[in-house]
Design a protein around this ligand. Structure first.
Ligand code: NAD
Length: 278
């Protein structure tokens, strides 16, 4: 049965890539034709590289034969729908209302949201028990962890089905509560925000902070992670956690983030973020 993925950006295309690489089939849905094209090129390139490096037993063309790109979501014969549209509450709430009306109640609906409470999405559905979070990390093919988010009404059957799906994709899953930032993104806020404050206050240069944190065993320094994730995505997650904790000081976004986002310095994807890229 194909998995339908809504949104063919960084995360949606990564999830689709992993599904077809592990023998499953996927329909990647995006109303933006150019986004679909970019996703298809990216997935094909990654799969070819994995095959050449011996990480994939099957040829890229064979995996790609199980991937369909579409402007609209198919309904028949679907087991899972995974949403990966931009981090915007109104957009996601509207979409979950539509998905819930469109799909029979036996179809599982998941959001890949980084920070939006699953309860806010469940509140727009008639069958909230089949709704939960499947929080994959970036880049999806490389990152092992998936947070399974249990909303107030998410059923035990949903959690079991989510564990089966993540195992099939070769991922390690952990069930986390439906609280702002869930687990990883809540703890990680301090990693980014404290680093932003230290550098902005002149206590240490940016590259030094990154180097020292990497030297201390973190795989990537905070500024390099923000550039990889997307400065815009990172800011919207921070804003969302800040708002949902009733403006807890600990999660207050830093003006430097807003400044870069306004200028279009969104990180690697735009060629410049905290650092410059070729
Ligand atoms: P992105 O901006 O790269 O991609 C979003 C895609 O959704 C775009 O291609 C856009 O055309 C499409 N889209 C917009 N409206 C749509 C609609 N109504 N129907 C279908 N497609 C639509 O975003 P992303 O970085 O892939 O993030 C997607 C989600 O995953 C967000 O909720 C984000 O918080 C979460 N997330 C992101 C990361 C990350 O590191 N980027 C990590 C984990 C989770």
């Amino acid at each position: 049965m194909p998995t339908v993925i809504i949104g063919s950006g960084t995360m949606g295309s990564g999830i689709a890539e992993v599904i077809v690489a592990r023998g499953g089939s996927a329909v990647l849905v995006d109303p933006d034709a150019s986004a679909r094209e970019r996703a298809q090129v990216r997935i094909a390139k990654n799969l070819s590289r994995s095959f050449e490096k011996g990480r994939l037993a099957e040829r890229a063309e064979d995996c790609l034969a199980r991937l369909e790109m579409s402007g609209t979501a198919p309904v028949d014969g679907v087991e899972w729908v995974i949403e990966a549209v931009p981090e915007n509450v109104q957009l996601k709430q509207r979409l979950f209302g539509e998905l819930d009306a469109q799909y029979p109640e036996t179809v599982w609906l998941a959001s890949n949201t980084s920070s939006i409470a699953i309860g806010r999405l469940q509140s727009r559905t008639r069958h909230p028990e089949r709704v939960g979070g499947l929080h994959f990390f970036n880049p999806v093919p490389r990152m092992q962890l998936v947070e399974i988010i249990r909303g107030l009404e998410t059923s035990e059957d949903y959690l079991a089905a989510a564990r089966t799906l993540t195992e099939r994709l070769g991922k390690t899953s952990v069930v986390v509560p439906d609280r702002p930032g869930f687990l990883v993104n809540r703890v990680a806020r301090s990693y980014y925000l404290e680093a932003l404050r230290m550098v902005d206050e002149g206590e240490a240069p940016m590259a030094v902070v990154d180097e020292i944190m990497e030297g201390a065993g973190f795989p990537m320094g905070p500024f390099r992670v923000m550039d990889l994730v997307g400065v815009d995505v990172n800011l919207s997650v921070t804003q969302s956690v800040y708002e949902q904790t009733y403006y807890d000081e600990r999660y207050r976004p830093h003006p430097w983030q807003e400044d870069l986002v306004e200028r279009g310095y969104w990180g690697r994807k735009s060629g410049r973020g905290f650092y410059r890229y070729e």
